[in-house]
Design a protein around this ligand. Structure first.
Ligand code: HEC
Length: 124
């Protein structure tokens, strides 16, 4: 039996959910990313795509694709394909599902801007 005390927070929860949904559907058609914004969003990717000091490990074989220096649009499209399920890798699908179009564009620009001489990003 649910007590009245617990029920009384339901309207707030419903409002919160409605706001969260409204926020996620408001997206521009043409999303322009920036490397600076992407810089703060790649922390999720660190564990797999950026072994610390990974450039020093060259030419070892990587288990995950190297993203630094990759084309920005290619990265954003690949992430969108994971999100839509057109690419199947389960972990990448779960991660991409949490990204907005803006996040994907920013992350694409961020990785595209990486070169062998880029300073090591502590967030990466
Ligand atoms: C748990 C490990 C893991 C994490 C965390 C992770 N990835 Fe991946 N990622 C992989 C693996 C493994 C693949 C190869 C999957 C495949 O073959 O489809 C991959 C593939 C990709 C690809 C496709 C590359 C290509 O050349 O086709 C992109 C783009 C990508 N990841 C971006 C990201 C971004 C951006 C993040 C952070 C938001 C992230 N990944 C986090 C493991 C991970």
């Amino acid at each position: 039996m649910i007590s009245m005390k617990k029920l009384s927070i339901l309207p707030q929860l419903a409002l919160f959910a409605a706001l969260a949904i409204a926020g996620s559907v408001v997206q521009a058609d043409e999303v322009k990313g920036t490397a600076a914004a992407g810089n703060g969003k790649v922390w999720l990717c660190v564990g797999c795509h950026s072994i610390p000091e990974y450039r020093a490990d060259y030419p070892l074989v990587y288990k995950v694709p190297m993203l630094g220096g990759q084309n920005a649009a290619y990265i954003a499209v690949a992430l969108a394909e994971y999100k839509k399920g057109e690419r199947k890798h389960p972990t990448m699908r779960a991660i991409a599902a949490s990204l907005s179009d803006q996040d994907m564009a920013d992350i694409g620009e961020y990785y595209a801007a990486q070169t062998a001489s880029s300073p090591i990003n502590p967030l990466k």
